[in-house]
Design a protein around this ligand. Structure first.
Ligand SMILES: Cc1cc2nc3c(=O)[nH]c(=O)nc-3n(C[C@H](O)[C@H](O)[C@H](O)COP(=O)(O)OP(=O)(O)OC[C@H]3O[C@@H](n4cnc5c(N)ncnc54)[C@H](O)[C@@H]3O)c2cc1C
Length: 324
């Protein structure tokens, strides 16, 4: 029996959300008196996988088959299922990302497993069952879910737990091969075009987001300059994408991307409920709006009542000064 953690990688690196999943998986393994093993797929540097030892992973099974270079859901699910079988995994942990939840759903069907998404805390263990806390209703409430099947799959929400890497332990990396057929690659991406700029929006620690208060695309340099100074990703509200001031892949909210960065800075965004649905699990929310009655202030940790055209340039200067 072990805990298996699916390690998601991009650009040859382990994603930050998977470091969290690894740390969480190790804590669950400790609760169960077992160890945590990772499974990684595709191109990723060996040092990145060894580094998972600092997050409590003892060993990583690494499937490097050339056809697995890009994410193909059927094939990836087969690899994770094979790893789960090899390691007799009773718990499988993945990140609550598009890829993680996609794999989790197929895997649950394949393994007849219990499956909880949006999990935000360590489980309570009682005999063969695990009780997990998760967010529901677009992050507006919590629910407890009891997982009773022999195999339990947990999709951990990004930024939900504090991660503390320990010491300099290295995980062992083992080549892992799964027999795959052409049918496993029936839907293969032909080309992957990176949607965002320097910092991937869904993985970013800091996000600077603009709304209609920016008045037009010609003012977007304020958002971009602040983001650059803070090492942040950029995002926007839906109407901004609808009128093509910004591309749609930057639109966050109920009908856009859901994010949970450490810091979300909302610039000239009113804070409509549909917008909040995509950002309200951010750790710290800062709102800049000239209207003191803007609904976003109710969800904010810090608020600046002021004109974005006066406030943001000052923030950019301050952030640049911190860099020096
Ligand atoms: C079914 C449905 C789904 C939706 N999904 C989404 C979604 O996923 N994401 C999303 O964002 N929206 C979504 N919406 C739209 C949502 O309801 C809001 O209309 C939208 O979020 C408002 O965008 P905004 O805050 O940029 O613009 P506005 O509501 O126009 O707000 C602009 C804000 O900027 C402030 N402002 C103006 N000038 C300045 C200035 N100079 N300095 C400082 N502040 C200034 C104003 O006070 C105001 O609060 C959805 C709506 C529906 C019906």
């Amino acid at each position: 029996m072990s805990v298996l953690v699916f390690i998601e990688c991009a650009d040859g690196k382990v994603k930050k959300s998977s470091l969290e999943a690894a740390f969480y998986g190790n804590q669950v393994a400790t609760q169960l008196g077992t160890s945590a093993v990772g499974v990684a797929i595709g191109e990723v540097a060996a040092d990145e996988l060894k580094n998972l030892g600092q997050y409590g992973i003892t060993k990583v099974l690494h499937d490097t088959e050339a056809r697995l270079k890009d994410y193909v859901s059927q094939a990836y699910v087969k690899v994770v299922a094979a790893a789960a079988e090899k390691e007799s995994a009773s718990v499988i942990v993945l990140s609550n990302t598009n890829i993680g939840t996609g794999i989790g759903a197929r895997l649950a069907a394949r393994l007849q497993a219990s499956y909880a998404t949006n999990v935000v805390a360590l489980p309570e263990i009682s005999g063969e069952t695990l009780k997990v806390k998760k967010t529901v209703f677009s992050g507006k409430a919590f629910a407890d879910e009891v997982l009773t099947a022999a195999t339990k799959i947990i999709a951990l929400k990004k930024n939900a737990i504090e991660v503390a890497p320990t010491g300099s332990a290295e995980a062992g990396v083992e080549p892992f091969t799964t027999p795959l057929t052409d049918a496993d690659f029936s839907g293969t991406p032909q080309e992957t075009i990176r949607a965002t700029g320097d910092v991937l929006l869904t993985e970013a620690d800091i996000v600077v987001s603009g709304g209609r208060g920016l008045r037009g695309p010609e003012n977007w340099h304020l958002i971009e300059d602040l983001a650059k100074a803070l090492g942040a990703a950029t995002a926007c509200s839906k109407p901004v994408a609808d009128v093509e001031w910004r591309p749609h892949h930057e639109h966050v909210g109920q009908t856009g991307i859901t994010i949970s960065p450490n810091l979300y800075i909302a610039v000239g965004i009113s804070g409509a409920i549909q917008h909040l649905a995509g950002v309200n699990s951010s750790k710290v929310i800062v709102v800049i709006n000239k209207d003191p009655e803007a609904p976003f202030f109710k969800a904010a940790d810090y608020g600046i009542v002021g004109d974005v055209f006066e406030v943001v340039p000052k923030l950019i200067e301050a952030a640049k000064a911190l860099e020096k």
